[in-house]
Design a protein around this ligand. Structure first.
Ligand SMILES: Nc1ncnc2c1ncn2[C@@H]1O[C@H](COP(=O)(O)OP(=O)(O)OP(=O)(O)O)[C@@H](O)[C@H]1O
Ligand SMILES: [Mg+2]
Length: 251
C-alpha cells in the first residue's frame, strides 16, 4: 500500500524520561490510524516530533518522500501536515469564520508587494477564502455558527472549529490530538462522521484518543503505545483484545 508517512526508529528523551523509544510507524494514504495508550505514553510527543515542534534525538521521518527530520515546523506545515492541540489554540475573542480565515495558507494579503501592487489579487483571494470558509462550515454542518464568537461556543463546538481550521490550511495529513475527549456523545458522532467523510475526500488521519469506543468506530488501524514504544498494532478489534492492551487498561 502507498505510505504517506514513514517514521523510522525515532528516539526522544527528556532528561531521564524516554518519551519515544526507537519508535517506527508507517501511515498508509487515505487511512485513519488511531493511537491509544496511557497518560505519558509518548503520544503527543510523537505529534510534536512529526510536526517539528521538538527536535528528534535520532531517527528519520519521511513524508511523501521528503525528509522532515531536521526541518523547522513552519516548513513542515507547508508540506501538507497539520495538527490540532490537546489545549485548543483558537482566538476565542474572534468569530468562527475569522479563525478559519486566518488558517488559510499563502494568503495574498500577507505579502506587502501584493497589497500595494496588486490590490485586486488580494481582494480576489479574500473572496475565494470567504467562499471556502462558507463551504467548509456547511460541510461540517456548523454554518449557523459563522458569526458567533468562539468564546460563546461549547468545548465540543470549539473542537469542531479547530478541525475546520486544520482543513482551511489545505493539509492532506491531519494529526488530531484527542478530537473527541470531553465532549457529548451527539457531537462525538458528528465529528466522527466528518472525519469519515474527509477520508473519502482523500485526507489521511492520525488521531490520538482515550475514547476507545470512538477509536473502534472510526479507525482502520490502531496502534497501542506505552513508555514510548509501539506495543501492539492492527485492526481495531485485534488491538482491543491484545493482552498488552488489556493489561495496561486494567492496571
Ligand atoms: N516538553 C517536555 N519536557 C519534558 N518532558 C516532557 C515534555 N513533553 C513530554 N514530556 C514527558 O514525556 C512523556 C510523554 O509525554 P506525552 O505528552 O507525549 O504523553 P501522552 O501519551 O500524550 O500523554 P496524555 O495521554 O496524558 O496526553 C511524559 O513522561 C511527559 O512528562
Ligand atoms: Mg497527550
Amino acid at each position: 500500500m502507498d505510505q504517506v508517512l514513514n517514521i523510522i526508529n525515532v528516539n526522544k528523551k527528556f532528561d531521564g524520561t524516554i518519551a519515544l523509544d526507537d519508535f517506527s510507524l508507517e501511515i498508509p494514504r487515505d487511512s485513519i490510524t488511531g493511537i491509544i495508550g496511557p497518560n505519558g505514553a509518548g503520544k503527543t510527543t510523537l505529534f510534536n516530533a512529526i510536526t517539528g515542534f521538538l527536535p528528534l534525538d535520532s531517527g528519520e521521518i519521511i513524508y511523501n518522500g521528503k525528509n522532515l527530520s531536521r526541518m523547522p515546523s513552519y516548513k513542515i506545515a507547508r508540506t501538507g501536515i497539520v495538527r490540532t492541540f490537546q489545549q485548543l489554540r483558537l482566538i476565542t475573542r474572534m468569530t468562527v469564520q475569522d479563525n478559519i480565515l486566518l488558517s488559510f495558507q499563502n494568503q495574498a494579503g500577507e505579502n506587502l508587494k501584493n497589497i500595494f501592487l496588486f490590490p485586486g489579487r488580494v481582494k480576489n483571494q479574500e473572496e475565494k477564502n470567504q467562499e471556502k470558509t462558507n463551504e467548509l462550515l456547511s460541510f461540517m454542518g456548523i454554518e449557523e455558527k459563522a458569526s458567533d464568537l468562539v468564546e460563546g461556543l461549547s468545548y465540543g463546538q470549539q473542537k469542531m472549529i479547530s478541525l475546520a481550521c486544520c482543513l482551511a490550511s489545505g493539509a492532506d495529513l491531519l494529526l488530531l490530538d484527542e478530537p473527541v475527549a470531553g465532549i457529548n456523545p451527539e457531537l462525538i458522532e458528528k465529528i466522527l462522521r466528518v472525519i469519515k467523510k474527509l477520508q473519502k475526500a482523500g485526507k489521511t488521519f492520525v488521531l490520538i484518543e482515550h475514547n476507545i469506543e470512538a477509536v473502534m468506530q472510526v479507525c482502520d488501524r490502531v496502534i497501542f503505545m506505552n513508555e514510548g514504544k509501539k506495543l501492539a498494532e492492527g485492526d481495531p478489534e485485534s488491538v482491543r483484545h491484545d493482552p498488552a492492551v488489556i493489561e495496561a487498561y486494567l492496571e
